[in-house]
Structures are given as structure tokens and as C-alpha cells.
Design a protein around this ligand. Structure first.
Ligand SMILES: Nc1ncnc2c1ncn2[C@@H]1O[C@H](COP(=O)(O)OP(=O)(O)OP(=O)(O)O)[C@@H](O)[C@H]1O
Ligand SMILES: [Mg+2]
Length: 409
């Protein structure tokens, strides 16, 4: 086959561009790594009052328990001002000492696997996911065991929760079966270890990597060569190879996805128990969302025919909403008229605190108000807003856990 000479020049240009891009990317990754080592990334510390609020006890009780020496073995550090500076791990350990039980699901309650997806790039999937996860983990004393799976090879959510390992195992590595087990190691152990600890003690992340893109190509090739679904089970890989082995270690798994309806996304759907669809309230974005929903229905049909058990909930979440903007308000009205109760009650508002913290890959719950680049008011307002969204999400999640439902008997 002969190649047109102009096409050849285009190809050469693309190759040269790709080389430059690769070098630039490598430089940027090194730069991020230097700044984003998990051992350097620390969650904010809490004052005694904030710790008491989180624990739901009064400040005097905490002081008395300190005086009795009940927390001495925790070696809680003091800040420059001589006051205690509690880490979230300290507070969780204090909760155990105070007899405040963690509020996990029972084994019979269903693990919640929530996928966040939209075909619209930049509509706020990652920002919403990382901030919702941080709020679920840090703004209550329930100690939910939260897993994040970054199914987007761009790795944005992985940057918010950096791994301490130089070359961590990625979700694509596990789905593509390219890791060899060590002697005496089981697949379950390998997968569990691949969910890395993060700076938030009750969040673990299974990161993504650029090579995860190969999953698409490899699956397409595998499909050409196979004669039946059972041979490849290519839509079940995330569920069967990655999630089922660790299902008893988590209460909630949140999955970030790329703006694409690719094989990875089919896997996310097959593994999901619920779906969150962010909608950015701009006309073009809402139109794109409506086209996406038609495709989503078609894709879901395929997944359902292969055994998916249905969602516990599917909710639209208005994101990056500029309060006071009339055209956005009209679109939010249209979204609510169209989808009614399937729209989360509160939008995630556009916030300069979210912009500022995202620029250094922090959630708005990572930093103390005094360390934030945004104003204290804006940070507190954004935190209250995300907490409102999380309250509703938590209710949707817990309504699927029989053990957490109060009974009238
Ligand atoms: N509530 C918000 N307030 C301020 N900025 C926001 C908010 N939500 C999203 N953004 C900004 O919008 C941009 C896109 O957001 P984000 O990366 O979360 O989108 P995404 O849907 O994950 O994108 P992609 O499709 O590329 O994965 C980012 O710069 C982010 O900081
Ligand atoms: Mg993203």
C-alpha cells in the first residue's frame, strides 16, 4: 500500500510532535512527583475544639480524658502555639478510646460502587469526585472505608491522592493482567495492596497510568480473535478482577472516568451499583448531555444483557454552578423540569476556593482555612456546599444498607 506524500509529512509531523509531547509530559510528571509525594502531602490538623466537634463530644470531656492520660499513648503533637494539633488518625484513634464505633456497612449490606461519568469533558467529574470523597471521609466520625478507582488514564484524581510508590500498580495493570504474582502471593492480596494508602486515613486509591490506554487497543484485538463473550469477559474485568477481590475492605468505591464511552467505561458500568452524572449548566453542555443520555441507554442495554443487576440510584449533579448567572439558572430549571427528583437537591457551586485548591491538587478539605489561597469565607462556603451535597449522597447510599436503617419497632 502506498502512502500519499502529504500524508507521510503529516505522519512525520505527528511523530515529532508526539516526541516533544512525551518529553514535556515526562518533565511534568517528574515535577508533579517532586511536589506531590504522598509522604509530603499532609491532611490539615484539627484544633481541640474542631476535634471535639467531629467526635461529637464536648471540649471539656476531651480535656478531662487528656488529663487522665487516656490519649497519652497516641503521642499527639502540639503546634507552634503549644496547643494540640490533632491529625485525623489521632481523632479516629480517640473515637475508638471513647467507644464511638465506626459506622461501616454490615457484610450483608451491598458495597456501593458509584461511577461518575459524562461524555462532556471538563464538566467537573474529577473535581466533584475528589471533593465528595474527601467530605465523606473527613467531615463525620463514621470512618467510612472509601476506595477511589481512577479509570481515566489522564490520572487527574490520582494526582489529588498521590501514591507513595514511584511506580504504583494501576487499575489498567490489573485489568490487563500484566502483573505477575510473587511466590505465595494471592491475586486478592495483590489487588488489596494495589489500593494505596493516601493522606486521608480512610481513603485508598487505585491509581491510573498512561499505559492504561492500551486496555482499549488490547480489548479490541482480543475481541477480534475470540468467538464468545465467555472467552474474554471483557466487560467484567473491573468487577471480577479488581472489585470482587477487595469487596469486604470498603463501604463505598467511587470511580472516576474519562469523557469517553470506551471499553473502560463499559467495565465501570458493569461494576457499578449507582451512577452520578455531572451536568455543567451551560447550553452547549446540557445539549451534549442529552445526546450522551441516548448513547448511555444503548450501552446500558448491552451491559444489562450480560448480567448487570441495575442501579440503586442514578442522579444528576449540577456542577460548577455560578450563582446569580441568569442563563445558568434557566438551564438548571430545565434540568430539574426534565429529570425531577433524579437531580441532586444542591448543585456544586462554582467556587474560587475549589479553583485555588485544585490548582495544587488539593481538595477543599485538605487544607486549613489559614493555608488556603482563597479567602476564609470562600473556603467555608464551599465546604458547607459540598457537605450539603454529601448529606444527600450519604442518604442515598445508606438507604441500601439494611443494617443502618432505623426501625419503628
Ligand atoms: N465547583 C467548581 N468551582 C470551580 N472550578 C471548578 C468547579 N468544578 C470544576 N471546576 C474546574 O473546571 C475544570 C474542569 O473540571 P474537572 O477536571 O473536574 O472536569 P472533568 O469532567 O473531570 O474533566 P475531564 O473530562 O477532562 O476528565 C477544572 O479546572 C476545575 O478546577
Ligand atoms: Mg476528570
Amino acid at each position: 500500500m502506498s502512502i500519499n506524500s502529504n500524508a507521510l509529512s503529516t505522519y512525520k509531523l505527528l511523530k515529532a510532535t508526539a516526541e516533544v509531547a512525551e518529553q514535556s509530559l515526562e518533565g511534568r510528571i517528574q515535577h508533579y512527583r517532586a511536589h506531590l509525594k504522598s509522604e509530603d502531602k499532609e491532611l490539615r490538623t484539627y484544633t481541640q475544639k474542631a476535634a471535639a466537634d467531629l467526635l461529637g463530644v464536648n471540649n471539656r470531656t476531651l480535656k478531662r480524658r487528656h488529663d487522665q492520660g487516656d490519649f497519652d499513648h497516641l503521642h499527639i503533637q502540639k503546634g507552634a502555639n503549644g496547643h494540640y494539633a490533632y491529625t485525623l488518625s489521632n481523632i479516629f484513634a480517640m473515637a475508638d478510646i471513647l467507644g464511638i464505633n465506626a459506622d461501616h456497612r454490615d457484610l450483608e449490606d451491598k458495597l456501593q460502587v458509584i461511577v461518575i461519568n459524562s461524555l462532556k469533558g471538563g464538566c467537573g467529574k474529577t473535581t466533584s469526585l475528589v471533593n465528595l470523597a474527601a467530605a465523606l471521609a473527613t467531615t463525620n466520625i463514621k470512618r467510612y472505608r472509601i476506595g477511589i478507582i481512577d479509570l481515566d488514564p489522564q490520572g487527574s484524581s490520582s494526582s489529588f491522592f498521590p501514591s507513595s510508590e514511584h511506580d504504583p500498580i494501576t487499575v489498567g495493570d490489573l485489568m490487563r493482567d500484566c502483573i505477575e504474582l510473587e511466590e505465595n502471593e494471592t491475586w486478592e492480596q495483590l489487588v488489596a495492596d494495589s489500593f494505596q494508602k493516601t493522606h486521608i486515613p480512610n481513603i485508598r486509591i487505585l491509581p491510573s497510568g498512561m499505559d492504561d490506554f492500551y486496555f482499549e487497543h488490547e480489548t479490541a484485538t482480543e475481541l477480534k480473535e475470540s468467538s464468545s463473550y465467555e472467552q474474554t469477559r471483557h466487560y467484567h474485568k473491573l468487577k471480577e478482577r479488581v472489585i470482587e477481590p477487595v469487596k469486604d475492605e470498603f463501604d463505598i468505591i467511587l470511580i472516576d472516568t474519562a469523557p469517553s464511552l470506551n471499553f473502560m467505561f463499559y467495565n465501570a458500568l458493569m461494576a457499578s451499583t449507582a451512577m452520578l452524572i455531572p451536568v455543567h449548566p451551560e447550553a452547549v453542555d446540557f445539549d451534549a448531555n442529552n445526546k450522551y443520555l441516548k448513547r448511555l441507554g444503548e450501552i446500558y442495554h448491552t451491559v444489562a444483557a450480560l448480567g448487570h443487576e441495575g442501579w440503586d440510584f442514578m442522579q444528576f449533579l449540577v456542577t460548577n454552578y455560578v450563582k446569580g448567572n441568569h442563563s445558568q439558572r434557566d438551564i438548571v430549571k430545565d434540568v430539574r423540569t426534565a429529570f425531577g427528583r433524579q437531580v441532586m437537591s444542591y448543585p456544586i457551586n462554582h467556587s474560587s476556593a475549589i479553583t485555588a485548591s485544585s490548582s495544587s491538587f488539593n481538595t477543599i478539605f485538605d487544607q486549613k482555612t489559614s493555608d488556603s489561597l482563597a479567602s476564609r469565607e470562600s473556603l467555608l462556603r464551599a465546604q458547607e456546599n459540598i457537605k450539603d451535597v454529601v448529606d444527600e449522597l450519604e442518604m442515598l447510599i445508606r438507604s441500601n444498607w439494611a443494617s443502618t436503617q432505623s426501625s419503628l419497632d
